[in-house]
Design a protein around this ligand. Structure first.
Ligand SMILES: [Zn+2]
Ligand SMILES: [Zn+2]
Length: 403
């Protein structure tokens, strides 16, 4: 005997075996595992089933266990005779409620438990989000107290605001969203764009919009909030001159996007011109260095050299100086005269020497044009076209306070 009759669980006998007595069933099981042809057994016992499925309708075998949920009998189903084990011990289940004590059990009770767990997780998540949102709202709303009057904005505030608004104001003019995509258009460098945004945030002129910003952009650790500055929305914290009849700030926003050029002093424009020229020169330098496969990050020395160059040459001419310096260095590298590290380090020195020699010997350096990969940035448009009204001359002429 393969199994004692009393070990078999007959309570939920498959209907296809109902015409057989318990003795016949155990005899059938014995003959099956003794290796008799399954098609013959099906015929002998008049069972309507495909040969490969026969074992699956055998009444299961009682285990020593009781169900965790309903105290019902836990049973082992039979396996195919071609398998190494006759009983599928790891497929055990409760004959009453069908519970299988495994993590992926799909019985009614387990499904219900999982649903409760999910609901609880969701509830906790919603609670946490609410708490986080409240902290964020409170933090940034308190900054609104430091409101600025439109008239009191500095020239730097105004030019930076024009850049931010032109690059990042939403279509409906409701939110300011300086995304990572917008940052590339703002200024010639990531650092400068970040500085522009940072300056306005530091002065509480732009306030993080705690109500509409994406919560994932914020992190709260030990009461301190940090956030991804190019992934949140901002509000203007400026009181317009005409705030009474300009509730939606349309007039204010327009004035900030297209600042009145009469407000800007020559000194301010000259300093900002040099700054933009410096950033555009460094941008071109990095672009050309990368193009020839040099890895380079500009440091103190580079800044000093380029500050000198933009005081004496137009950006168009600095483009030429950079281009020639890199061409000369790569030629020497390719000729085997110097190694790659030496070649890339020599570029800055070479730019400096070219600039000094050109001045000393009175060379005229031909200006290069802008290139497609480095289009004019928004700060350059605001400064040269809107404020100074010199357009392309901002690129093709040497910075001067005499324009
Ligand atoms: Zn059960
Ligand atoms: Zn279950």
């Amino acid at each position: 005997m393969i199994v004692a009759l009393e070990k078999l669980e007959f309570s939920k006998l498959n209907p296809r075996l109902l015409h057989l007595s318990q003795e016949e069933i155990i005899q059938l099981i014995n003959r099956y595992y003794d290796g008799e042809t399954v098609s013959k057994l099906i015929k002998d016992y008049k069972i309507k089933i495909t040969a490969s499925q026969l074992y699956s309708i055998f009444p299961p075998v009682k285990s020593e266990e009781r169900c965790d949920y309903c105290e019902g009998q836990v049973v082992y189903p039979w396996g195919s005779k071609s398998w190494s084990e006759r009983l599928s011990v790891n497929q055990k289940y409760c004959i009453n409620c069908n519970h299988k004590s495994r993590s992926n059990c799909n019985c009614g009770k387990c499904r219900a438990n999982r649903a409760i767990e999910e609901a609880e997780k969701l509830r906790i998540k919603i609670e946490e989000e609410k708490r986080k949102r409240a902290i964020i709202e409170e933090t940034f709303v308190s900054k609104m107290e430091n409101m600025h009057f439109e008239d009191n904005l500095t020239l730097e505030d105004r030019i930076y605001l024009a850049v931010i608004l032109r690059s990042s104001l939403s279509e409906d003019m409701e939110t300011i969203q300086p995304t990572l995509h917008n940052i590339q258009r703002m200024s010639p460098s990531h650092e400068f764009s970040k500085e522009i945004l940072d300056t306005l945030i530091e002065r509480d002129i732009l306030i993080v919009d705690g109500f509409t910003s994406n919560l994932d952009a914020f992190e709260i650790k030990e009461e301190k909030i940090s956030y991804q500055m190019f992934n949140v929305n901002y509000d203007l914290n400026i009181l317009a001159n005409d705030f009474e009849d300009d509730y939606k700030k349309v007039g204010l926003i327009k004035r900030l996007m297209y600042p009145d050029s009469n407000l800007f002093t020559k000194d301010f424009c000259y300093e900002m011109w040099k700054r933009v020229a410096l950033e555009e020169s460094k941008q071109y330098l990095l672009y050309q260095m990368k193009k020839v496969g040099y890895s380079f990050s500009p440091g103190e020395k580079t800044s000093k050299v380029f500050e000198y160059l933009v005081e004496n040459f137009s950006v168009a001419q600095v483009y030429n100086i950079i281009y020639q310096a890199i061409a000369y260095s790569t030629a020497r590298y390719q000729a085997g005269e110097i190694n790659k590290i030496h070649a890339q380090n020599s570029v800055i020195t070479s730019c400096e020497k070219r600039g000094e020699r050109a001045r000393a010997e009175g060379w005229s350096i031909k200006g290069y044009g802008r290139i497609k990969d480095l289009p004019e940035s928004i700060i350059s448009e605001v400064l040269f076209t809107s404020i100074m009204k010199i357009s392309y001359l901002g690129f093709s002429e040497k910075p001067t306070s005499n324009f």
